[in-house]
Design a protein around this ligand. Structure first.
Ligand SMILES: Cc1cc2nc3c(=O)[nH]c(=O)nc-3n(C[C@H](O)[C@H](O)[C@H](O)COP(=O)(O)O)c2cc1C
Length: 433
């Protein structure tokens, strides 16, 4: 095991000194007034720049319907004060669930999704006097599908690095082009249901190693969904175009992996010479295309939480039994910020959101303000922090600070629960979960 790097930073000066010591470049600002600058997306004007990033609870019932436990999570998110709530990964087909208790939206439970969303809107209005923007993340778990708790991978291509750790063998079939064509209809149907439930928008999720993300890096696949840039991005582009055309009232967005950090030819935007370096050329080409197709927002992310979690969610403690990487978490935070900034700066007119900063604990607001003020990101999103300390937004806006006693400690306890197929939540700060 590599040594743990404990969080010892107390002040902003400590943070800046530590960043300088290890050569990490961080966006930084102490001008918190930027958090209150309004931002318009579609028809909604939001009164602050905070978002809850999608965080799976694995607490739906076996039919994918939100339960009381799910309702409590969203009540806490809405009560926290973020103006943008990105509802978690929600399967579009049962075989694409990563867990028997993942959200799954279908005709028979749309009213329960409408209910949980209506509560969030009501709570946000009552407690903060604002309207929220609600996006729902539509997903197919692809290689990580486990609809009844056992691995049942559905893959876009074989991978020299991911197959050995995901139970994929040469006998595992590739998803066919026909099945991918039909799957777009499932996304469309789920998007229609999302509109019916009252969501403002849908995220055609293309990140974190799941099916649509795997397609983006499917250099070795043949046929119309693999090989060339045009083919690898076809599914996402076509689905976005179809949602825009068939359900024009919905905002369409994607949580997009702009860099997988997976060795070429099995990943998206990793340089062929060294997967630890990124080349965002194709990511930018794709963003340009989806803007043309009508995407109104982009959620920028990187990495694969199963394979290289230090890219996707820099942490102090690795999950139990997992390899701990020999990298200072601040390097991970700085990489996330640098990449998100590069994408935002290439497309200044498209509002973007990013995150990945929980390791910073109570110093999060300084980097969040830096991302917004200096790098022009539209929103700052919290993931693990929203489980641990949903009221942090309220505290930052009201008092200009987060309580060090309430922050996420990046102990990986929530990810560990996920891996053990248990309902997630913060194991340290939320004992009632
Ligand atoms: C328990 C858990 C559940 C998550 N669920 C989702 C999800 O449903 N969809 C998604 O895109 N990312 C998901 N993520 C990733 C987070 O949204 C976020 O990108 C990550 O935790 C890094 O940001 P942070 O430092 O603010 O936590 C999840 C992460 C964790 C730890």
């Amino acid at each position: 095991m590599f040594p743990r790097i404990p969080f010892r930073l107390k002040t902003v000066d400590d943070l800046l000194a530590e960043a300088a010591r290890i050569g990490a470049v961080l966006p930084f600002s102490d001008d918190f007034s930027v958090f209150r600058e309004p931002q318009t997306i579609g028809r909604v004007t939001l009164d602050n720049r905070f978002a809850v990033n999608p965080m799976e609870g694995f607490d739906a019932d076996e039919n994918g319907t939100p339960t009381e436990r799910s309702t409590r999570r969203y009540d806490r998110f809405a009560g926290g004060g973020a103006s943008l709530i990105w509802f978690e990964a929600t399967a579009v087909v049962p075989e694409g669930r990563s867990n028997a208790h993942q959200f799954w939206l279908h005709e028979k439970n749309v009213s329960q999704y409408a209910e949980i969303l209506a509560r969030s809107r009501r709570i946000a209005k009552e407690q903060h006097g604002h309207d929220i923007l609600a996006i729902i993340q539509l997903t197919h778990s692809g290689r990580y599908s486990k609809p009844d708790g056992r691995a049942a991978p559905i893959i876009a291509q074989y991978s020299g690095v991911l197959d050995p750790v995901t139970g994929v063998t040469p006998a595992t079939p590739l998803i066919t082009d026909d099945a991918l064509d039909y799957l777009q209809d499932d996304y469309l149907r789920a998007a229609e249901l999302a509109a019916k439930a009252g969501f403002d928008g849908v995220d055609i999720k293309s990140c974190h190693g799941y099916l649509l993300n795997e397609l983006l890096g499917s250099h070795t696949r043949s046929g119309k969904y693999g090989g060339s840039f045009e083919n690898r991005t076809r599914f996402l582009r076509t689905t976005i175009a179809r949602v825009r055309e068939e359900i024009p009232q919905l905002i369409v967005t994607s949580r997009l992996n702009v860099y997988d950090a997976v060795k070429y030819p099995w990943g998206f935007c990793s340089t062929p010479e060294d997967y630890r370096r990124w080349d965002l050329t194709e990511a930018k080409q794709l963003v340009a295309e989806i803007i043309k197709l009508g995407a109104a927002l982009l959620n920028v992310t990187i990495g694969n939480p199963y394979f290289n979690p230090h890219y996707n969610r820099p942490y102090e403690l690795a999950i139990r039994g997992a390899t701990a990487y020999n990298e200072h978490p601040l390097i991970g935070v700085s990489r996330f910020c640098e990449i998100a900034s590069e994408i935002q700066q290439a497309f200044p007119a498209l509002p973007m959101i990013t995150g990945g900063c929980a390791w910073l604990r109570h110093l999060v607001p300084y980097v969040a303000a830096g991302l917004i003020k200096n790098c022009k990101l539209a929103f700052f999103g919290q993931g693990r922090g929203a489980f641990a300390y949903p009221d942090s937004v309220r505290d930052i806006l009201a008092r200009g600070e987060m309580s060090p006693k309430k922050v996420c400690t990046t102990c990986s306890g929530c990810t560990d629960l996920m891996r053990r197929h248990q309902p997630t939540g913060c194991v340290i700060r939320d004992r009632e979960r």
